[in-house]
Write a protein that binds this ligand. Structure first.
Ligand code: HEC
Length: 232
């Protein structure tokens, strides 16, 4: 009787020991001697590389969104004219009517200055005015600095850095100004028989220079409403 009992207990204890040893082997082989093992945590159901890039930019409207695209279009010479006629404001806005008949407003630094300082603007390959008429007055052609507001107002012929040279803005009367006469080129020729600007400009450039994007449409009550009230 005792023997049978011993056999049963022996088998049970043996079985439990085998289980303990077996689980220990499995645990230690995958986790080592650590209780902070998370190998058994449920699998996270997702791809390791995020496939959806978070959208951080504002939503772009499809088609003509009036609020996002409100630039005006005007010929370069007409934009210069509007600025001179408005009394050459440096920071104040001035207004003009663009080629589509829209009422627009512009500011010197953003809209007018690039006509003097950007290359490739008057025609592909054109030099900027300020590359020849630079702020280094001694070297600048016609001793004229067209690279800044002050320089443009100071005019030409400032060989010794005179604060004021020959006015090129016609005293505010656009069509009388030397600037107008040098950049307006009906049939590719200047009205006063001098080389047309930017120097090297060919006859295929339009009379009044290229039509460029400049200024902004002045919001009327109608368009202001349209931007705040989305259509259904
Ligand atoms: C490649 C060099 C060059 C570039 C670029 C250039 N000019 Fe000139 N500019 C000249 C030269 C040379 C003269 C003198 C022309 C002459 O002999 O009548 C001149 C003369 C002028 C004059 C007359 C000044 C005076 O008192 O006689 C004005 C105004 C003028 N340029 C404006 C501009 C404007 C505006 C631009 C840009 C749209 C420009 N220029 C681009 C070379 C250049």
């Amino acid at each position: 009787m005792n023997d049978v009992r011993k056999m049963i207990y022996g088998t049970l204890i043996g079985f439990i020991l085998t289980l303990v040893v077996w689980f220990s082997i499995v645990y230690i082989s995958s986790c080592g001697f650590s209780f902070t093992c998370n190998k058994g945590a449920p699998l996270i159901d997702r791809t390791p590389i995020p496939t959806l890039i978070p959208a951080t930019l504002p939503v772009q409207g499809l088609g003509g969104d009036a609020a996002a695209f409100n630039k005006c279009q005007i010929a370069a010479v007409d934009l210069l004219g509007a600025w001179v006629t408005a009394g050459v404001p440096e920071t104040d806005k001035f207004t003009f009517t663009d080629v589509n008949g829209q009422s627009c407003e512009a500011v010197f630094a953003r809209d007018v200055l690039p006509l003097f300082t950007e290359s490739n603007l008057w025609y592909p390959g054109s030099l900027s005015c300020s590359s020849c008429h630079s702020s280094d007055l001694a070297k600048a052609l016609q001793n004229m600095d067209l690279s800044s507001y002050a320089g443009i107002l100071a005019g030409s012929g400032r060989a010794n850095g005179e604060p004021q040279g020959k006015d090129i803005l016609g005293g505010g009367v656009w069509e009388d100004s030397l600037l107008y006469q040098m950049v307006y080129a009906p049939n590719g020729e200047s009205l006063i028989g001098r080389p047309i600007m930017p120097l090297g400009r060919t006859a295929d450039v339009p009379d009044k220079g290229p039509v460029i994007f400049a200024g902004r449409i002045i919001p009327t009550e109608e368009t202001a409403d349209a931007t705040t009230t989305p259509s259904p």
